[in-house]
Design a protein around this ligand. Structure first.
Ligand SMILES: Nc1nc2c(ncn2[C@@H]2O[C@H](COP(=O)(O)OP(=O)(O)OP(=O)(O)O)[C@@H](O)[C@H]2O)c(=O)[nH]1
Length: 312
């Protein structure tokens, strides 16, 4: 929808693996509004764009977060899109949605849009939705300054993966979120479908402790592991083993692998490996044949070496 002549832009943020793409896929199926989606991924090899086929238009910005290293590229790309839509006869979307990388802080992205004279003329940031993984949220908010920054930037927080999470854990998470951002609306969704939160026991919860100093944290990096020629049995054994050993450091794993059963989307969030999803056949998918691992405490060569041991 155009607001005072400008296009609405919604920023969708949330920590690595919090459920942004899943939630967005559901919204694109449910709503008729034509949405141009911009997917930003920290890794050089994008994976999520292949899942968002229902978007009216899709732009992929890979290899840097729009809040920091990818900021100039993001502003340039958004300017180019707006220029294209301003041309006579161009088909404009009803809205733009930016799915940020899981390593992005939404605040500098919004600042980048609002401080650009061309973009302020074309675009109005109309909402900042941040998804929070109910299973890992409280741990993240106690260990990752980025998790807190994302929550602080939101005007709507949506808890994902709430099914099966104890009320006490949900209550602690809601208390943590309210402590960081008392003004944000808090809702819940399961695989994108809105869900009512139960009445939660809000007494006797722990206050949020101070965060570890930023300089004590090793920066999170994006690593890429080649999967060409790797056999599925050895690969899945390796993935379980490496996440069992290092799942707290290797926060997010995703990739597309060709197997005799078809093209499989492989995903894990911390120690939880998801059942692989069969993807439609696609030629020239740059994400195929690679695994993207976001984490800290190891490097690409070490990952490739250990995969080689399992799949030799
Ligand atoms: N049980 C459950 N699983 C979910 C839900 N939302 C997402 N997932 C799973 O969590 C994993 C990560 O979901 P994504 O939607 O890819 O998360 P993301 O935030 O886009 O991930 P990044 O872009 O890598 O940060 C996938 O395996 C999803 O199937 C949910 O509401 N419930």
């Amino acid at each position: 929808m155009k607001v005072d002549g400008r296009l609405k832009l919604v920023v969708l943020g949330g920590y690595l693996g919090s459920g942004k793409t899943t939630w967005l896929r559901h919204q694109l199926h449910k709503h008729d509004a034509s949405t141009h989606v911009i997917v930003n991924e920290a890794a050089e090899t994008p994976v999520d764009h292949g899942l968002l086929g229902r978007a009216a238009g899709l732009s992929v910005l890979a290899g840097g977060c729009a809040c920091c290293t990818g900021r100039d590229g993001f502003v340039r790309a958004l300017r180019n899109l707006c220029d294209g839509w301003s041309r006579a006869g161009a088909r404009r979307p009803d809205q733009i949605l930016l799915e940020t990388s899981g390593l992005a802080d939404p605040a500098p992205i919004i600042e980048a849009i609002r401080s650009d004279p061309v973009l302020t003329h074309h675009v109005l940031v109309s909402g900042i939705i941040v998804l929070v993984d109910a299973q890992h949220g409280s741990t993240q908010l106690r260990s990752e300054p980025l998790g807190r920054a994302q929550v602080a930037a939101a005007d709507r927080l949506i808890l994902t993966k709430t099914a099966g999470v104890a009320d006490r854990t949900l209550a602690q998470l809601v208390a943590d979120l309210r402590a960081i951002n008392p003004g944000a609306e808090i809702a819940a969704a399961e695989h994108g479908v809105p869900r009512l939160l139960p009445d939660l026991p809000m007494e006797g919860l722990a206050p949020l402790p101070p965060l570890p100093a930023a300089e004590d944290l090793t920066p999170m990096v994006a690593m890429r592991v080649a999967l060409e020629g790797v056999n599925w049995a050895g690969f899945s054994l390796w993935l379980s083993a490496v996440l069992h050993a290092r799942g707290n450091d290797l926060v997010r794993v995703k990739g597309v692998m060709r197997t005799p059963a078809g093209r499989l989307l492989v995903q894990a969030v911390r120690q939880q490996v998801q059942a692989p999803e069969v993807l439609p056949d696609a030629a020239d998918d740059p994400s195929e044949g690679h695994l993207v691992v976001l984490g800290r405490g190891c490097n690409e060569a070490q990952l490739a070496r250990s995969l080689g041991i399992f799949t030799a």
